[in-house]
Write a protein that binds this ligand. Structure first.
Ligand code: UDP
Ligand code: MG
Length: 316
């Protein structure tokens, strides 16, 4: 059985060789059990010497494939490229920054043998800041009400997938890729195990508050049109309130005669309704924007250098 390791690398020159040494050690342990391994590294337009490091690795180890993007296209694009070039019967996707412990690979392979198509490693949140832990918890509670697939906190891009799962994921050619949801959408028998989160060894995380927020919004909007449905309900609710309030005002005028004060009511109503309308326009705009990106059908990434079969980059 051939196992492919797929790792996206963005500015990982400090760790990529150490990463390769560690997975390669695991590969040696798996070889007697009848498992071959190949490594697919995707340089996501790094600004440092990650590409040079990958070329060096490929020169040293014939099992190393690498693809280097013309610029930074994002981790999702890098994952897609990696999956396209992986030819294994099982594919393991993991981060190159050693936050996904390579020694867990054996455990994943064992669980795969038990018949699971997806073996998912779930990280604990030890070492994370309190604020991030709490916001994550709230976010997942909210999002699971809105999307159809179940998204779990701590479950990310460290997982083993069988060939049929990888093929299914590759069939999903959408431009806006929210991998976490795509993997969940595909389904097939899956199992999850937990591991202790490792703190980044070198380099730095590319997440900041803004990118986290954007990621959150992506998750909310990339699965269905339930937020639009929400807009519909909210609109109906507002209309009902308006009708009741108007009836109340008219009734009061009939009983007590016309009284004009109401400055505060008017300001509240106008700004409140305007705010809700803006949000809903934003939601509609988001969906339209997504359609705009999808219809352009641009490639997900452009390749600058690689030692792989370029034909696979061109699959829609
Ligand atoms: N990564 C990437 N492209 C990007 C950002 C990140 O390929 O634009 C890679 C990065 O090299 C690492 C993985 O994605 O292997 C996870 O990134 P990071 O460690 O920054 O995220 P975190 O672990 O904080 O979620
Ligand atoms: Mg990381």
């Amino acid at each position: 059985m051939l196992i492919s390791i797929v790792a996206p690398c963005y500015n990982e020159e400090d760790v990529i060789e150490r990463f390769h040494d560690q997975v390669q050690k695991v590969a040696e342990e798996l070889l007697p059990l009848g498992h071959d391994m190949e490594f697919v590294y995707v340089d996501d337009g790094s600004r440092d010497r990650t590409l040079a490091a990958l070329e060096r690795l490929a020169g040293r180890d014939a099992r190393v494939r690498y693809v280097s993007f013309s610029r930074n296209f994002g981790k999702e694009a890098a994952l897609l490229a990696g999956l396209r070039h992986a030819s294994g019967d099982s594919v393991i996707v993991m981060d190159a920054d050693l936050q996904h412990p390579p020694e867990l690979i054996k455990r994943m392979v064992d669980l795969r043998k038990e018949g699971y198509d997806q073996v998912i490693a779930k990280r604990t949140r030890t070492g994370d800041r309190m604020t991030r832990t709490v916001t994550a918890r709230l976010y997942y509670r909210l999002i699971n009400r809105l999307v159809d697939v179940e998204l779990v906190d701590g479950v990310g891009d460290f997982r083993l997938m069988s060939r049929r799962v990888v093929d299914a994921v590759l069939e999903l050619t959408e431009y806006n890729r929210f991998s976490k949801g795509l993997f969940a959408w595909v389904g097939f028998p899956s199992t999850t195990f937990e591991y202790e989160n490792a703190v980044r060894e070198a380099g730095r995380s590319s997440w900041n508050l803004r990118s986290l927020l954007n990621y959150g919004i992506d998750g909310l909007l990339s699965f269905n049109n339930r937020p639009l449905r929400l807009a519909l309900y909210l609109g109906m609710g507002l209309l009902l309130c308006a009708v009741l309030y108007t009836a109340w005002i008219v009734g009061a005028a009939l009983v007590n005669g016309v009284q004009t004060p109401g400055y505060v009511t008017i300001i509240t109503a106008v700004t409140g309704v305007a705010g809700v309308q803006m949000i809903m326009l934003g939601v509609i705009g988001e969906y339209t924007g997504r359609i705009y990106y999808e219809v352009k059908r641009r490639p997900h990434f452009l390749v600058k250098a690689s030692n792989v079969d370029r034909a696979k980059d061109l699959i829609p």
